[in-house]
Design a protein around this ligand. Structure first.
Ligand code: HEM
Length: 430
């Protein structure tokens, strides 16, 4: 069955992807799209100065798997994106950071991807989980000490937004706090759309150069040392690209996973009951977030290498296919919609699947679990400041990053040493 012969490029007036992402009722938004279009819905990615840039949003669990598991037919490299190759996407487009090609594993296919991916998988496998857990707990405890005496905090700006940088850069790569802070500022400048982007890149290169220099002189049991010695990486530039990719890919995703899990634990009676002796715990909350509100709501992108059909819809070579990772969690063909039956169901696509699936599932879960447990432990009696208020989001087509998470708790008379000063939340920066 062919649902429609309509070409993506000719469609106008489509729903902006960012509006779907920001929907207050995600399942209802996806159900509407499914009724109208089936498992593949055309959406507006960006208005653009030259013309509207459209993409297909894959809504079905099966359809997403079929695409991500078939790299011979669906490329990751954005040079295969027709609109980009034809120069139709504005050079300063907001889609750039997530959709323009760069020389790293994230945007590579085939042999190049396998060569660059192996050091990530092997390095992560070698990490000492127990040592990591101890260090993550210490970092999280230190952060809570910055506000535990105050009786209120914003757990995004003062907690969740710092943890990925401090744990991934600090714990996995052995980057000290001072370099970590400078790196964070450089990354925010580099991937922001401001005029300081070039300066940001120079800073990032200089900081990582200093870190490499130190590790060459004194090797350690961290990922920096592992990358420096990996035969697949040909020079310092490739080592730096791998480090940058890991730090940036884990940045916003982990912050959101922490924030969303805390929101469930504090705001949903099925979970908050547990803190006070009730039903479901942190592990169930972590899984529910991955399935129903995963950190990457919509993941860019795959590009068909030839015209094809998905769920009966004609897709042209070079169209952008966006992975509806959150939509898959509401696919009525595999999920019941009854949360009692879905407890322990890990058939989510929160980490995507196929050759590009997130290589850091285990450390990311460790960081998030420890961060959530530590906040609950160090802030006894913590509750949401305004449980009825809707959660404001940082606008994005890709993520549902809470803008803040205000909590209150009985002020404790504990040591008050802020580990890092409060600052803006992280942004997605692969
Ligand atoms: C320690 C934190 C993390 C690190 C270091 C990390 C690292 C990475 C890297 C290097 C990639 C690119 C892999 C490739 O293209 O071969 C990736 C992809 C990805 N990661 Fe993570 N990640 C982290 C946390 C997370 C979290 C918390 C989530 C969400 C639950 C997540 C979801 C994804 C997704 C959806 C992809 C894309 C897969 C695709 O394109 O199909 N990551 N991650």
């Amino acid at each position: 069955m062919t649902r429609s012969a309509g070409r993506l490029a000719d469609m106008t007036g489509l729903t902006p992807l960012a509006d779907i992402t920001a929907s207050r009722d995600l399942p209802a938004a996806y159900a509407r799209l499914r009724r109208q279009y089936g498992q593949v819905a055309p959406v507006l990615l960006e208005k653009g100065r030259q013309r509207e840039i459209n993409g297909w949003l894959l809504l079905g669990h099966r359809e997403i798997l079929d695409v991500v598991q078939d790299e011979r037919r669906f490329a990751r490299d954005p040079n295969h994106w027709r609109d980009y190759a034809q120069g139709l996407v504005d050079p300063d487009s907001g889609l750039g950071p997530m959709m323009f090609p760069r020389d790293n594993a994230y945007f590579a296919d085939g042999d190049t991807h396998r060569r660059l991916r192996a050091p990530l998988d092997e390095g992560l496998r070698e990490l000492d989980q127990h040592a990591m857990q101890r260090r993550i707990r210490a970092i999280c405890t230190e952060l809570t000490r910055g506000f535990v005496g105050r009786g209120h905090a914003d757990l995004i700006a003062e907690y969740a937004s710092y943890i990925p940088m401090l744990t991934v850069a600090g714990t996995m790569f052995g980057i000290d706090l001072d370099h970590g802070r400078r790196l964070r500022d450089g990354l925010l400048a580099l991937f922001g759309s401001g005029t300081d982007s070039q300066d940001g890149y120079r800073d990032v290169q200089q900081i990582l150069g200093e870190v490499l220099h130190a590790r060459k002189a004194a090797p350690a049991g961290d990922l920096t040392t592992a990358f420096l010695h990996h035969p697949n990486l040909r020079n310092d530039t490739e080592v730096m690209q791998e480090m940058l990719l890991m730090i940036s890919a884990g940045y916003e995703t982990t912050a959101i996973w922490i924030a969303r899990t805390l929101l469930l634990m504090l705001g949903d009676p099925r979970f908050s009951g547990n803190i006070r002796g009730g039903t479901l715990g942190v592990n169930e909350a972590l899984d529910e977030v991955l399935r129903l509100d995963p950190p990457m709501t919509h993941m860019p992108a795959r590009f068909p290498l030839a015209d094809c059909q998905i769920d009966g819809r004609r897709i042209e070579r070079g169209d952008a296919l966006i992975l509806g990772l959150a939509a898959a969690g509401f696919d009525p063909r595999i999920h019941t919609g009854d949360w009692w039956q879905e407890i322990d169901n890990r058939s989510h696509l929160g980490f995507s699947a196929g050759s590009h699936t997130c290589p850091a599932k285990i450390p990311a879960r460790l960081i998030t679990r420890v961060a959530v447990e530590t906040a609950l432990h160090e802030l006894p009696g913590v509750t949401l400041a305004d449980p009825q208020a809707p959660v404001p989001l940082i606008p994005s087509p890709w993520t549902r990053h809470p803008a803040h998470l205000h909590v209150v708790f009985p002020a404790a008379d504990r040591l008050r040493t802020a580990a890092v000063p409060p600052g803006p939340p992280a942004t997605a920066v692969p």
